[in-house]
Write a protein that binds this ligand. Sequence first.
Ligand SMILES: *Cc1c(COP(=O)(O)O)cnc(C)c1O
Length: 225
Amino acid sequence: MSNIADNIKNIQSKLEGTGASLIAVSKTKPVEMLKEAYDAGIRDFGENKVQEIRDKYPTLPKDIRWHMIGHLQTNKVKYIADKVYMIHSVDSYKLASEISKRALEANRVIPVLIEINIGDEESKFGIRPDELEELLKSINTLEGIKVSGLMCVAPYTDNAEDNRAYFKQMKQLSVDIMRKNIDNIDMSVLSMGMSGDFEVAAEEGSTYVRVGTSIFGERDYNTGM
Ligand SMILES: *Cc1c(COP(=O)(O)O)cnc(C)c1O
């Protein structure tokens, strides 16, 4: 078995019995490595760059579900509206409305998640928890998108337990919003947890963990691959 297949098996076994599914975050990694993950059973891949999705999409099997997990510029939505299964990183009305427009052109409904800056970090994208209700009430009439839940990138830490409180807050936020019964808003997806903290995230109610390094190894941004 390849390393990649081993790593996947190892992670899957840790997720067993939790409600969390694994998204393999393949950004910067060559398609050969994605194929190995595919052969090991992975169908959900996460990418954070529009260009990489455009490059990889045509060369890989069509039953892959591509998740856009990175910051998305409105002028690039048109390139991926027909390719992505879900967009995890919606944090403005402007972006939601552009996704709506391009989804309608592509004749589909795109599930989207609202990105929450749960650690209130200046370096991160996403909205504050107290901005969520207002954003939802402004985008819930848009056709072509279906708000399906929340996503966060928790603060970087060497100790996963440090993030447990943030994951609890995310879960509570989604429960609180669900209770408000806002039309056309669903909160069944919670996208949280990465290589360093996915087990804690799964314990706290994550439905998608996004794991890159623990599957594919460290990323090398210098070579472009
Ligand atoms: C890169 C990335 C991940 C995966 O991070 P790892 O630490 O490599 O597992 C998850 N989510 C987002 C949004 C990312 O950009």
